[in-house]
Design a protein around this ligand. Sequence first.
Ligand code: SAM
Length: 329
Amino acid sequence: MNFAPIEQLFHIFDETASLLQEELSCTFLDALGETGENIFHGNVIQDEVSELSRKRLLNKYREISLEKFSKEDIRKAFQLAILKGMKENTQANHQMTPDAVGMFVSYLIGKFTNNIHAFSILDPAVGTGNLLFTILNHLSEKQNTSFGVDVDETLIRLAYAGANLQEHSVQFFNQDSLEPLFIDPVDIVVSDLPVGYYPNDVRAADYELAADQGHSYAHHLFIEQSVKHVKGGGYLLFIIPNNIFTTAEADKLNNYLKQYTHIQGMIQLPLSMFKNEAAAKSILLLQKKKEGLNPPKNALLVELPKLSNVNATKSVMSKIDEWFKQEKY
Ligand code: SAM
């Protein structure tokens, strides 16, 4: 792999965001969103920037022309710059989805959409868009209609800038995803769910998965909201905490999933990807029920090994391929 283009782009993002951070007295992440917009427009669009800095920015922007970079190089360089900004101050729940997870989820969506040429996709916790863009870049041969929602203004601005830089046409909504969404049901919902309690008990009361007492789990409500926004027969792929089926609310979630979806499987991500066992995650695979649609004979239950363990990874991948052959094709 040639890292030079990624490095070159990263330096432009980094240097120009740092300059804008000083000029606009904002955080690095906000400045990165601004510089992304500038690069897309080929201009400096912030009125507050001094003449000298404007010239320095324009000189930097002229060093690159985006058409020469692949979408994946642009995504990776922007991702590196976001990671740098996130080191400053970011809550665990707002972190970007790691690349390895994004690649693996893209592979799974590729398998689920094997025989279709166009699909609509929604990420209701789109954050920086990194997960969504990884999928769009890996499935670029298919026609997509994409939607992203996030409550965090800084992150969704980064997603907006990232979409422009990578030329992905995505409709973004900056709102609480658990409030009503003005998005028609899609073919696929994908999301690295925010985990924890949802503070708005009044809104939570509208959900079947609301807790009987106290705050509800946001990640459970997100699953219900997603099931509402996917078409019958559509797929849902969620990155969830490993312990989701062992908490006090697990029975309710299980019953809900059985009523509205066919559980396709659960793939445990390698523990080595996470700080500790309590933070470890899995990918939950669901299909919304539809008349005439049968559940899989066997759910796909696998534990991914450390990806550096090539032989073990190959053997798990062939198990997954076999499952798709048996159940889906
Ligand atoms: N996949 C994203 C990426 O690659 O950047 C990261 C998702 S991050 C783990 C979870 C996201 O959920 C955060 O961006 C956070 O702002 C968002 N979030 C949390 N609560 C939300 C809510 N009620 N409505 C919409 N978004 C929410």
